[in-house]
Design a protein around this ligand. Structure first.
Ligand SMILES: Nc1ncnc2c1ncn2[C@@H]1O[C@H](COP(=O)(O)OP(=O)(O)OP(=O)(O)O)[C@@H](O)[C@H]1O
Length: 489
């Protein structure tokens, strides 16, 4: 659809774009990324013919740009420039109607049904119908931006060149506009080349990305090939991390700050715990990075309060998340700060211990109800009925855990827990074999993310050794307390 071959160009005596080549297929959305001054806008201007090229070729449907008359070119390609200047004030409708000029013929061209339909549709797509009769210069920056996008859409060209289409837009309008543009690409086969400053939006919406660096292509490819830590950090000269988008394989970036904020250097100890007949509560002064399979605030996040709540053995509820949240809020815990788990065992039977390491202590908390113990290798053979009885394990680390270390902590802790069940000869009552856990165990790993960097947490590491020993000892003790309470021994 659009082929760029060895394109070079720029301003008088100043070559900005150097030897740029790429191809955009019909219906494809290509995002152009790059730092300020890297030549993104200049590239769009050379492609659209606003600036003359120094060398190379721009082929539209196989024909060179220069072979098109300006009107024919406007039928093929609509352009949304970066900055809009309007010498005199128009109404919104008149501004959008200007997008129809390539479709008008003759000296006294008349407004056709198609023209009207295109303007109405463009207003609808950009949700600006209600501003139709207003003067453009009385609209907000974001509203004006949507009018100019509508003007480009009204042109009904098969190629759209957009320079920062989401400029000035709030997040709802960014989403709405990009959803609209992307839908045009998918449903009408419109080819889109768009400059973005927002790497995350570009990654989310574009099929491919082109990263510019000083007028040249640094890399072009699918978002996951372009949005890598190394490439983005090198080209933008900013520290970032990449993280997965929650719904799609489109990497997102997070800026990492280099500002030193006042740190709280207080170490986590068993003093951070309080136990009542209803709750085991851990509270820290500042948030810890936390990964858990809890009821409230599961997954990863930063929290300062962890709650292990005792529920009745007959606890049943349609919406456990809602009920648990209500419980926490009623007791003064904030949803934003708290990870919440449940257990049916006496909270006063929780085993909480501190383990010394060369760099800072690891604190472990275990509550173990093993009346519902299972042999995980045999659960497929038997009918598993919902049952109360859970081992909840918390591992709280003074140190900075890597992602690997968080996951390895879970592995190490699970192995230690299973060993504790074997040592205590806890059996799955259905199969009569040694249990490996219960059917509803939960785990929490949290770290202060201050102090020593801990890259790994397997049993070969200092931290792994303490997690292994700690979870084993605490679980054995918790099982023994449980057995005593139930009169098993
Ligand atoms: N009209 C102009 N005359 C001369 N040089 C210009 C002109 N417009 C831009 N430049 C120069 O061209 C280079 C590339 O600018 P361009 O606007 O293409 O960058 P960009 O990647 O779009 O940047 P931004 O992210 O800031 O919008 C810059 O060094 C800029 O100073």
């Amino acid at each position: 659809m659009l082929k760029i071959e060895g394109l070079s160009g720029g301003y008088d005596n100043k070559l900005i774009i150097k030897n740029v080549s790429f191809f955009v297929a019909k219906g494809e959305m290509l995002g152009i990324l790059g730092p300020n001054g890297s030549g993104k806008s200049t590239l769009l201007k050379v492609i659209s013919g606003i600036l003359n090229m120094e060398s190379g070729n721009v082929l539209i449907e196989g024909k060179p740009l220069k072979s098109y008359s300006s009107k024919d070119l406007a039928k093929k390609m609509a352009v949304l420039p970066q900055l809009h200047s309007h010498a005199f004030s128009h109404t919104v409708r008149d501004t959008i109607a200007l997008g129809r000029y390539p479709h008008q013929s003759g000296l006294f061209s008349s407004w056709s049904i198609e023209d009207e339909a295109a303007v109405v549709e463009a207003m609808k797509l950009t949700a600006i119908e209600r501003y139709e009769s207003q003067m453009l210069d009385l609209l907000s920056g974001g509203e004006q931006q949507r009018v100019f996008v509508a003007q480009a859409l009204a042109q009904q060209a098969p190629i759209l060149l957009l320079d920062e289409p989401t400029n000035h837009l709030d997040i709802a309008h960014q989403k709405q506009l990009l959803d609209t543009i992307k839908t045009q690409a998918i449903e009408k086969g419109i080819t889109i080349v768009s400059v973005f400053h927002d790497i995350n939006l570009a990654s989310l919406y574009c099929d491919r990305l082109l990263l510019m660096d000083q007028g040249e292509i640094k890399v072009i490819g699918a978002p996951h090939e372009v949005v890598t830590k190394d490439q983005i950090e090198t080209v933008y000269e900013a520290r970032i991390s990449t993280n997965p988008h929650p719904e799609r394989p489109k990497p997102q970036i997070t800026i990492l700050s280099d500002v030193n904020e006042k740190n709280n250097d207080k170490l986590i100890t068993t003093e951070n715990f309080q136990v009542t007949g209803e709750l085991v509560v851990f509270q820290a002064e500042t948030q810890l990075k936390t990964w858990s399979s809890a009821v409230t605030n599961a997954g990863s996040g930063w929290y300062r309060t962890f709650v292990n709540r005792r529920v009745d053995a007959n606890y049943a509820c349609d919406n456990v998340h809602e009920e648990m949240l209500e419980f926490l809020v009623n007791r003064g815990f904030s949803e934003a700060d708290t990870v919440g788990m449940m257990t049916a065992v006496n909270t006063t039977d929780a085993v909480i211990k501190e383990y010394k390491t060369p760099f800072g202590n690891v604190v472990i908390m275990v509550t173990a109800g093993v009346g519902n113990a299972v042999d995980v290798s045999r659960t497929h053979e038997v009918e598993m009925l919902p049952a109360i009885g859970t081992i909840n394990t918390w591992i709280i680390v003074n140190g900075e855990l890597s992602d690997e270390a968080f996951i390895q902590s879970v592995i190490t802790a699970t192995e230690a827990k299973t060993k504790a069940l074997a040592f205590e000869q806890v059996k799955d009552p259905r199969t009569g074999t040694i249990a490996t856990g219960t059917s509803t165990d939960s785990i929490l790993v949290a770290a202060t993310q201050r102090g020593v960097h801990i890259p790994y947490a397997g049993p070969i590491t200092e931290i792994g050794k303490k997690i292994g020993l700690g979870v084993y000892e605490c679980t054995v003790e918790a099982i023994q307390i449980y057995k005593k309470a139930k009169g098993w021994d």
